[in-house]
Unconditional design. Structure first.
Length: 366
């Protein structure tokens, strides 16, 4: 009972922190509330990647964690320094600066001999990259701690049921394997379980971490299309590299009337396109849902500032509505964080299972 109480208290604490998310956003943009607010620009800036980890602001004083900048100039070679040298993007350093407008807005640029802004080679450790490293490290520590308990049990040959956090993780892992991976993949599910479990917990952990506005949370990792692209590419290669001969036969010579295959390969072309559209759909679905959730929360928070000039009564009423709706959407986002991890893993398992088709299955079907 004690460990259940611990989980409940942890959940309440998490929800409380998430409930203060609109207040954190209000502090971060307090200086902008005195002038006309560009909601679209504010939301995009908040969701975009950054070269520093912004924590909060008090008037013109910004508190942030500087991150390492690693760039190679067109003629000056490699440079390594901290993002604090840019003074929150307002100053240049060694010829490099953060563009405030144009197509390179928010990116590190330099000027060439003709005075044009160009992008240097940039492998800097940005906010999303840092969050990715932190979340991956924490996830590895969590999984290894669970694994350590089982290794210790195997050495001592004790048969004790896991309790507390280890028991919770075992329930979670077995639920994903038995309810998603095993039914969708089929008899070869053990071969693909490590990858699918890693994908599930990676997405879930980053989704939840992104909902917490305090360090090390608040980064928009799974709402970054580069991250979802890499996950989709991993699924693409897993599906097609381990696909059976029957799977590839169904792609290039499907069981349809011959006139749909020759002389114009209509069905093979459709099947081949489907090979690429499946991972593309995975990428867009995860990216769009997470990005939309964060955008809604920020948009509702902006109602406070948008109605600031409409009078005290309207502004006070909309502030209450904004806070309540933001808290509600934040709670929904917790559910969405799990659903998106579930859906991505399930669809990946389904695609892998479809690629494991065998000839006798095909014969029984017809």
């Amino acid at each position: 009972m004690k460990h259940y109480l611990k989980y409940i208290l942890t959940s309440v604490l998490l929800l409380t922190v998430i409930g203060f998310q609109p207040l954190a956003a209000e502090n971060a943009h307090e200086a902008q509330s005195e002038k006309e607010l560009n909601v679209k620009e504010l939301i995009l800036d908040h969701l975009a990647d950054a070269y520093e980890w912004h924590l909060t602001s008090f008037g013109d004083t910004h508190i942030s964690i500087p991150l390492p900048i690693i760039v190679k100039g067109e003629t000056s070679g490699w440079h390594v320094f901290m993002s604090s040298e840019f003074h929150h993007g307002h100053e240049a350093y060694e010829g490099f600066y953060i563009a405030q407008e144009g197509k390179y807005r928010g990116k590190i640029v330099e000027k060439n001999a003709s005075g044009e802004e160009i992008r240097p080679w940039d492998i800097s450790l940005t906010k999303n990259a840092t969050s990715l490293i932190i979340s991956s490290t924490l996830l590895i520590i969590i999984i290894l701690s669970v694994s350590k308990w089982y290794r210790r049990q195997a050495k001592t040959r004790e048969k004790k049921a896991p309790k507390g956090f280890v028991g919770f993780m075992e329930m979670f892992i077995m639920s994903v394997q038995d309810d998603i991976i095993k039914p969708c993949v089929g008899k070869n599910y053990r071969k693909f379980s490590p990858y699918l479990l890693t994908v599930f917990f990676f997405i879930l952990f980053n989704n939840l971490l992104g909902l917490i506005p305090l360090f090390p949370g608040g980064a928009n990792v799974t709402g970054n299309i580069a991250v979802t692209l890499v996950l989709a590419v991993f699924t693409f290669f897993t599906v097609n590299l381990f696909g059976s001969k029957e799977y590839w036969k169904e792609v290039f010579w499907p069981d349809v009337p011959t006139w749909l295959k020759v002389p114009i390969p209509i069905m093979p072309a459709i099947e081949l396109v489907g090979v690429f559209t499946k991972p593309f759909a995975l990428m867009i679905r995860l990216f769009a849902n997470i990005l939309a959730g964060h955008s809604i929360v920020l948009g509702l928070t902006c109602l406070i500032f948008v109605t600031a000039n409409l009078g005290a009564v309207i502004n006070s009423s909309m502030t209450v509505v904004s806070v309540l709706l933001t808290i509600f959407i934040s709670l929904v986002e917790i559910l969405v964080a799990y659903i998106q991890a579930y859906v991505f893993t399930m669809l990946s398992a389904v695609f892998i299972g479809l690629a494991q088709i065998e000839p006798h299955h095909h014969a029984e079907k017809h």
